[in-house]
Design a binder for this molecule. Sequence first.
Ligand SMILES: Nc1ncnc2c1ncn2[C@@H]1O[C@H](COP(=O)(O)OP(=O)(O)OP(=O)(O)O)[C@@H](O)[C@H]1O
Ligand SMILES: [Mg+2]
Length: 231
Amino acid sequence: MKTIVEVKNLLKRFPIGTGFFTALKNVDLAFTEGEFAGFVGPSGSGKTTLLNIIGSLDVPSEGEVVVLGKSVGTLTPKEAAQLRKEKLGFIFQNYNLLPVYTVFENVEFPLLLLNMSADERKQRVLETLEWVGLKEKVNSRPSQLSGGECQRVAIARAMVKRPSLVLADEPTANLDAANSHNILQTMEKLNKELKTTFIFATHDEKVIGYLRRIIRLEDGKVVEDQATPNP
Ligand SMILES: Nc1ncnc2c1ncn2[C@@H]1O[C@H](COP(=O)(O)OP(=O)(O)OP(=O)(O)O)[C@@H](O)[C@H]1O
Ligand SMILES: [Mg+2]
């Protein structure tokens, strides 16, 4: 199995006031292609910080994080942006959809940064919206959708370029139980069919129930890393 993320002796410090706060320490982890894994643990334990560094949105203070062969701490901002736009998909708690754009345009957006013809883009967007069960809403705007539908648009937007790795930070935080299960099943299906690797940050028990690997963080350290008996 191909290793797609390696975290080596990672330490992350944030400047606060005149000192520093250490948000992550001694973190050593590796992820292989096709995993459906998540960081769990109390608020403030470092889940988002770790996900952001893996997503090249932030850099290590010490140690190394290698994502798809690239050491994120050594990338220029332009190289990091390139890695994100070509290989990574992000799903956030607040969907982050563009309100004035339609569902189609929101999902098409990441493809505009890549070299693709309008026809190819259209085909890709419609295929992806079909996967998440939203093909009939292509012309709706986010304000006309339910929370669960908005999050499915966000999943489609993350998946449309067929990323190797999707990072999802509390993706169910604004959803009710039925919608949470629905989007989790959608992500699980994409993981199985496309072999896309998913890494979550969550405290939602519903999400945890779907994970095949649970990495527990406490005070910025990994205290448990377990494969689960999930199918
Ligand atoms: N930019 C920053 N500057 C200073 N401290 C920060 C910064 N970002 C995060 N922290 C601190 O690092 C710690 C870990 O934060 P992080 O957001 O990773 O936690 P989390 O596990 O995602 O929590 P939650 O479950 O509430 O989302 C927290 O104590 C937080 O206050
Ligand atoms: Mg968080």
